[in-house]
Ligand binder design. Sequence first.
Ligand code: SF4
Length: 188
Amino acid sequence: NSEVNSVTVKSTKITRNFPLCASHLMDGLTSAHHLKYLARKQFSLFLKWIGLSVDEALKFWASEFTQTMGMDKFEKEYKYNFRHDYGLEGSKIKYKPWDCRKILSQPRPHAGEYHGCPYRDLSKDSLKAQLKSMGLKDEEVYGVLEINSKGDPTASCTKVLELKTNGLVNEIVTHPNLYYDRMRVYHK
Ligand code: SF4
């Protein structure tokens, strides 16, 4: 009975709580209808932790992937991996979602890849556009870009969380799911 299911996961009610890494993954997935391995892992585990069940996750991923491939191919080549992320295949480990440190320790994304941390990986112009589309005012955008130029992506994300919660949340972002939880509580 989670509020997050294969349909609502794309709704503003849920996505307004996403940190930029998760919004970037969602944008990549819904525009390319596909994500490569690291992006799938990063996003699938994030979504699992915000309450997307395995059945709803499979529906969600299939609804995107099958826009460019048949259901057969999805089932044969991808389903196992998503089930694996939920600990239902292979070694049946209950995988935890990646924290910022783990995300930042993966190989950097090449063109057409969406994993990683946008505060580190996007060009200044793309980041500026993203921050504007998150609803930040011009002076706030410049403030975040100034922080970001110092080279600590989590400090930028921390500032954005503070701005998006009208200064109510002053907590260092170490995990995308922490960001999501704080935003969700703020919007309640
Ligand atoms: Fe995501 Fe962490 Fe980067 Fe924020 S700092 S965008 S939560 S990886």
